[in-house]
Design a protein around this ligand. Structure first.
Ligand code: IPE
Ligand code: IPE
Ligand code: MG
Length: 245
């Protein structure tokens, strides 16, 4: 990586929170006549590079979709491969994340996972708890609809008034601001039940690049595209708004 790409960016145009639908591992492998599982393995490498890059350039929150609440519909063998990869990555990569100043948080319905897996997640989160360079949210067995329902149930359980604020406080990503930029690799133009609530005003960026090929340079292209966007949040552009009478 060159010095230039590693430099901190202009905070005015750098997203604070980037969310990524890491799609296209299977097709990446199929094009190479490899099993889908090897696409997922190379996908982990792409994620490692992306995390390092985000920490270096000053992105504060990165949320990645690793396994959706609908991905259980895949063949049992592929689901098992993915679970094995998560376990391996949690064991192997958490010390490196800790070294880079990354705080890991796993978000999703973890009740579906084995006690062993949940213990590993707890350990990895504990190991990185003090870190504040980058928050890495890994969405595992996550679905936007699940998130809204569990937040609504928590509001009820706490006997709070159901408002946008109280609901947001109970969402799985309550500790991170809403994403500024959503990137989906792999050519599909859909959200696939990712952060339904949090994406209300997120800028969307779709690329045909398959996830294992999504390099820090490709990420920089997405960031440059984001930097050119004008966000209005329902208002009017500042320079064009009529002077207050
Ligand atoms: C994304 O890649 C990884 C997961 C959903 C776990 P896919 O496995 O969906 O790859 P394609 O879309 O079939 O190419
Ligand atoms: C979205 O990708 C989920 C993840 C990347 C983890 P999918 O491959 O599951 O999405 P669909 O099925 O094409 O909508
Ligand atoms: Mg896919």
């Amino acid at each position: 990586m060159t010095k230039k790409t590693a430099a901190k960016r202009d905070p005015a145009t750098l997203p604070k929170h980037v969310a990524v639908v890491m799609d296209g591992n299977g097709r990446w492998a199929q094009r190479r006549f490899l099993p889908r599982s090897s696409g997922h393995k190379f996908g982990v490498d792409a994620l490692k590079k992306m995390v390092r890059h985000c920490a270096e350039i000053g992105v504060a929150h990165l949320t990645v979709f690793a396994f959706s609440s609908e991905n259980w519909a895949r063949p049992a063998e592929e689901v098992q491969t993915l679970m094995d990869l998560f376990v391996k990555a949690l064991e192997k990569e958490s010390p490196e994340l800790a070294r880079q100043g990354v705080r890991l948080r796993v978000v999703g319905d973890l009740s579906a996972f084995s006690a062993e897996m949940r213990a590993l997640i707890d350990q990895a989160e504990a190991l990185t708890r003090q870190n504040d360079v980058l928050v890495l949210n890994v969405a595992l067995n996550y679905g936007g609809r699940w998130d809204m329902v569990q937040a609504a149930q928590a509001v009820l359980a706490a006997q709070e008034q159901p408002t946008a604020e109280t609901l947001a406080q109970h969402l799985a990503l309550a500790h991170s601001p809403d994403p500024d930029l959503l990137i989906r690799t792999g050519g599909e133009h859909r959200v696939s039940n990712f952060l339904l609530w949090q994406l209300a005003y997120t800028e969307l960026y779709f690329t045909d690049v398959l996830w294992p090929d999504f390099s820090p340079e490709a990420f920089d292209v997405a960031l440059a595209d984001y930097a050119r966007r004008q966000r209005r949040f329902g208002g009017v552009p500042e320079s064009k708004s009529p002077a207050a009478a």
